[in-house]
Ligand binder design. Sequence first.
Ligand SMILES: [Zn+2]
Length: 330
Amino acid sequence: MSSNVRVRFAPSPTGYLHVGGARTALFNYLFARHHGGKFILRIEDTDRERSTPEAIEAIIESLKWLGLDWDEGPYFQTRRYPLHKEKAQKLLAEGKAYPCTCTSEELEAKRQAAQKAKRKPVYDGTCRKNRGDPVVISARLTAERKPYTIRFLSPQSGTTVVEDAVKGRVVFENSELDDLIIARSDGSPTYNFSVVVDDVDMAITHIIRGDDHLANTPRQILLYQGLGYPIPQFAHVPLILGTDKARLSKRHGATSVMAYKDMGYFPEALVNYLVRLGWSHVRFLPVPERSRSEPRQSSARSRGIRVVVGGRGLEPLTSCMSSMRSNQLS
Ligand SMILES: [Zn+2]
């Protein structure tokens, strides 16, 4: 059986693969296998200062150990800059983006002023005046020796809706989203922009990732619309938390996949454990009553599954604060 389902796991190689990342990879892998689709590995190494070859190696080794074989990749985002650049230029040419010459000092001063006035520190749109023929404008800025970033022109009013397979309908006010920088002054793409361009170029149909990315999603949807692309299905899965309900970190004990290997666990045991985290059993873990009201950003945040894991190895699941609408993923 084959289908057009294409999913990706896209870690940033700034450290080892932790169990939360492995769980996201596992969901993508299972979804691809269930639908006879493709599972793609993409290394998001755009943070040049924090990305290391050792981390790339560790991520690949961990995925191999878990048996999460990918069908394509690994692709490296930094090798795809020409495509990102081309798409940024396209948005400029269409008047959907503009050069911003604000210096970091100016932006910082504006941010502080906004904070003082108790306003949300969104970009004030000073450089929107730079819209127009990109050739003429960039020639002028080059002549004036003004370095510039490229900002995406975002709508000032209305809402952007994320129809999430896990969280449901999440509505964001556009007034809360400012004009996102899509390319830095050195021409390199920023995170949200390169993610969207690559997901489109790789024909990703379902974006299954940690719910820490939900806040990025309305910006990414606006970029899809700006680039004229169909929006994929999003599914934001909750992060794994420690027993103290804080985001899982080193202080909770072993969090890296390879630490479990070193402790003598079989990969099958870890995969089994991860796939069942947050799997609510009706007899033991009743689903809390969900809000009947229209979910908005704030309520949706508390609504996903918060999966809690014991810090010392594969101990039993200690609590589960909500349940997952995993049936929507099948
Ligand atoms: Zn500006």
